[in-house]
Structure formats: structure tokens, C-alpha cells
Design a protein around this ligand. Structure first.
Ligand code: 13P
Length: 253
């Protein structure tokens, strides 16, 4: 069965409450109540409940940008899977490069967060990708192979359908320097072939692998036409409804 395309917007630390509601509404209206493409938006934590309200009746799902691995307790500033689910989240992004590189998240932290999320029944968008220095030193494949292996070690058969991988080369994030469709395809194929040798063909073929890093309405079509690119995780262009909807359309909506 062909994999359904998936486009998710990562709003990062952007929007006022009014902007978040307006953006969510416009996207919900543009996508409608059913779509050939899975669509999600990931607003900042304080706006989740309000955006969840404006998405009601549409097929746009809600996601969070991060989660803590513990269920509750003395973890000042952190947010649990239970809280995210109650706020209406289906998805959570784990291991975004900004958290790995700016906030110092380790592979172990990413592993614990991912497992907490799937154990709570949430869908996870696991971000992996190399820095420019790693690419220049020919270490790219080694880096995202390590990130994928360490995060997904121990995932059970029932949990695999909850996993989405986003390949986001760090040098392409927020830089306007998108990977070429060929570069993206090569990386995605590499990830899929490693998943296949570790976990078998069925799991590898079913798992969506999104591309992220300066996706725009102009670059989306070329990227999404690659056989192993199953959609996009969009930053900057997800903050403008018309651009985000054009990217969703490029995915086949
Ligand atoms: P940009 O689309 O702004 O490059 O961000 C990509 C990203 O980090 C999505 O998670």
C-alpha cells in the first residue's frame, strides 16, 4: 500500500495567541474535513488548547513541539504526555535539532521522550539530521543512523505505526538552503534501508519519512515527488497559511 503523504507545521517559538488562532483557523478552513494528505500543526505549548478549539471539525491534527519523559512530578517547566493528550495533541515532535544542539538534548534523552510518548499512545515525529560540519566530514549517514537506532531501540510491533521520522539536515533549517530532491531521496533511502535490515521490510516500507529544512511552496513539489520522501516538516513557511496550504497541496491534497 502506498504511504499517505504527511505535512506538519512546526511553529517553533512564534505567534501571539491571536496569530495562532487565526493561523490555525485558516489552515483548518483550507484543509477542510477530509484530505488525501495527513496534516498537523505544532503550536507553542500555551496556545495548544486554543488552537485545538479552532481545528475542531477539520482533519488537521494537533501536535506539540516537545515533551518530558516523566508522567508527573517535580520537573519545573516541563510538560507530560498526559497534559499534551488532554490539550488535544495527537502528535509530538521529539529530538528536534534545535533541542539537540541549542538545548543540549542527548540521544538518551530523545530515546526516553520517544518511548514515554508512544507508551502513552501518542504519535511521534522523530527528528534526525547532520550538521554542516558532519556532512563535510562525510559523517552524515553515520550521524542519522545513530540517531535513528538509539531513539527507536526497543519499539514494539504495536508501537511502530506511531512512529514518523523527519530527516532535517541542520544546515538546511532556517537557512533558505534546501536539500536537493536527490540529496533528500538518498538520505531517506539510506534510513529506510537501515530500518529494513534492523526491523524488516514491512516496518520499513510502512514508516513515513518526512523531509524538513527550508521547505517552501516552490521546493515542495520536487521533494515530495521522490519515492522515499513522504511529506514535510515545515518551519518558517508554516507560519503563513497560504504558503503552508500550498505545500499541503504540493503533497497531493
Ligand atoms: P524551516 O522550514 O524554517 O527551515 O524549519 C524546518 C524545521 O526545523 C522544522 O522542524
Amino acid at each position: 500500500m502506498p504511504r499517505k503523504k504527511f505535512v506538519a507545521g512546526n511553529w517553533k517559538m512564534n505567534t501571539t495567541l491571536a496569530e495562532a488562532k487565526a493561523l490555525g483557523s485558516a489552515i483548518a478552513q483550507g484543509v477542510g474535513s477530509s484530505s488525501k494528505v495527513d496534516v498537523a500543526v505544532c503550536p507553542p505549548f500555551p496556545w495548544l488548547v486554543s488552537v485545538s478549539e479552532v481545528l475542531k471539525g477539520s482533519s488537521v491534527a494537533l501536535g506539540a513541539q516537545d515533551v518530558h519523559n516523566e508522567a508527573k512530578g517535580a520537573f519545573t517547566g516541563e510538560v507530560s504526555t498526559g497534559m499534551l493528550k488532554e490539550a488535544g495533541c495527537k502528535y509530538v515532535i521529539v529530538g528536534h535539532s534545535e533541542r539537540r544542539h541549542i538545548l543540549g538534548e542527548s540521544d538518551l534523552t530523545v530515546h526516553l521522550k520517544l518511548h514515554a510518548a508512544v507508551e502513552a499512545g501518542m504519535h511521534v515525529i522523530l527528528c534526525v539530521g547532520e550538521t554542516l560540519v558532519e556532512r563535510e566530514r562525510n559523517l552524515a549517514e553515520r550521524v542519522f543512523q545513530r540517531q535513528v537506532y538509539s531513539a527507536l531501540a526497543g519499539i514494539t510491533d504495536e508501537q511502530w505505526p506511531l512512529i514518523v521520522i523527519a530527516y532535517e539536515p541542520v544546515w538546511a533549517i532556517g537557512t533558505g538552503r534546501t536539500a536537493t530532491p536527490e540529496q533528500a531521496q538518498l538520505a531517506h533511502l539510506f534510513i529506510r534501508s537501515k530500518l529494513q535490515s534492523m526491523h524488516g521490510e514491512k516496518i520499513a516500507n510502512a514508516l513515513p519519512i518526512l523531509y524538513g529544512g527550508s521547505v517552501t511552496p516552490e521546493t515542495a513539489g520536487g521533494l515530495f515527488s521522490q519515492p522515499d520522501v513522504d511529506g514535510g516538516l515545515v518551519g518558517g513557511a508554516s507560519l503563513k497559511a497560504d504558503q503552508f496550504l500550498a505545500i499541503v497541496k504540493a503533497a497531493g491534497a
